[in-house]
Design a protein around this ligand. Sequence first.
Ligand code: ZN
Length: 555
Amino acid sequence: MESKKILVCGDVGGSYQQLFKRIETVNKSNAGPFQILLCVGSFFEPFTPTSQSVSVEFDDIQLPAELVKYCNGELTVPIPTYFIAYTSNDAKYIAKFTDENGSLCKNLHYLGKSGVKTLLNDINVAFLSGKVDFPVKEETNQDDLFDMTITKSEIKQVIDSSIDKRIDILLTNQWPRNILHYVEQIPNHIKHPFKKGMDGIKEVSDKIKPAYHFSKDSFYLQRLPFLNNSPLTKVTRFLSLAPVYNDKKEKYLFAMNYQPDKEIITTDATQNPFEFKQPEEQQQQQALKRQRNNNDESSGNFFFGSAGDSQYQKQQNRQQQQLRHKKNVDVNCWFCLSSPDVDSGLIVTVSSENYLAFAKGGVVENHLLIVFIEHKPSYVSLEESERNDVDNMIEILREYFNKHHDQDIVLFERNVPLKGQVSHGHLQVIPIPKNLASSVKQEFDQHADQVNIQFNEVKDINADLLHLSQDSSYFFVILPDGSKMYSLLPKDKPFDYQFGRRVIVDLLKTPEKLNWKDCVVEKEKEKLLVSGFRESFQPFFDNHKLNNDSNDNEQ
Ligand SMILES: [Zn+2]
């Protein structure tokens, strides 16, 4: 097979003239001429994260001025150009200006929402337009014709269409999760390298094993190739391209002389980042920790607690525990998003430093947990940016429950460090009727009296709370009016792990809900509960997020 000369670029964002001029120059250079250009990212308008983007009415969409001369035949797009789309505005331009084959004008074609196409006779290009959420959505928003969310079935379709094929190129708008594992020099400006990317994209790349995977961001990055276990492609080369319109002179155009038949050199390849294993010592510590957890009957787990009442469930649990003991080298934490044990069906939304999930066996209908993304034990142990993100989530929830449910919220955290292990911290969020809001403090104080602890008001979070040493046990409450109080817990004897829940059921006069195991609902009902809440909360959350990242790549 002869070699193919292919160009790939990042977000075009309407900068067609600049791009096409550059293509003409490159074409005339010694490296040229090139046969096709592929574009990832936002094609019609400069990219903005979903939460900041302005939706344009379909009727107001006009052919971009820079494209008019290409569409009326005065100018010609220099080489056949194929693009994917990102935003719902992109989808509107496409619906309005492309023909049934996706062609906008001569040499300018939309590849489609998802699929695998063969270009230049034998180059297989897999592509996904739009963006994938976490967790991956079952379907797009039925009320929005131009919703560009990637669904589970689209992911499956791309994977299925790639079976037994050599996939030469994969085009996506987001990075695959974990792609920076085994990378020795990660650029400093990437704040959370191991949070970057999306699981849905990782699944696609991991399964179809492309020779090249092109994605985009606000900067350029070329990863060392990694071994992908495919006899056909052997390694995957991941590249992320900058936008055409960037003013930092970041590289937005990648030129390749692709020779599929040439022997693939694997000497500079890293291990497969999707099969990343933690250093052995760490694994052993985690295994030990998990064994202890499994033996600790008293620690009810509100989120992933798997114990139910039926004999069948008990048996299942025992089997699962045995399984964990057996393969405890690779088991992880129940709350870490990368863990195989995480029940992603309970997750409502993921912010930059925490995520929101339903509690298993909630004490009220919308009993939620704010879980830290980093495996850290407590609110107090968080870094400032992480704590700010939690505080931000709390304020959004407060406003949401006020507006949509006419409720107030109470939050609490019980932090009891256990010897030799770090538990994965989270805050409980309990929505309550507004008429009970003024009784919450009193209820906590009364219960505190009964167990000989005393709540102190947190006037200054730094002075009152953050000075606590990492091994202090404390109980922390955020009242409906936003004020905070905490009590240190006795070191010499175990503290009631149900304390917070006990206060709440007394406040709400629902003693039958004390034990979370009595409140577990069927899986189907739970799914409906979570998806119903997510549908209403997500748009509210997107509109209120304060600390947006510069792109949609971080979960
Ligand atoms: Zn964890």
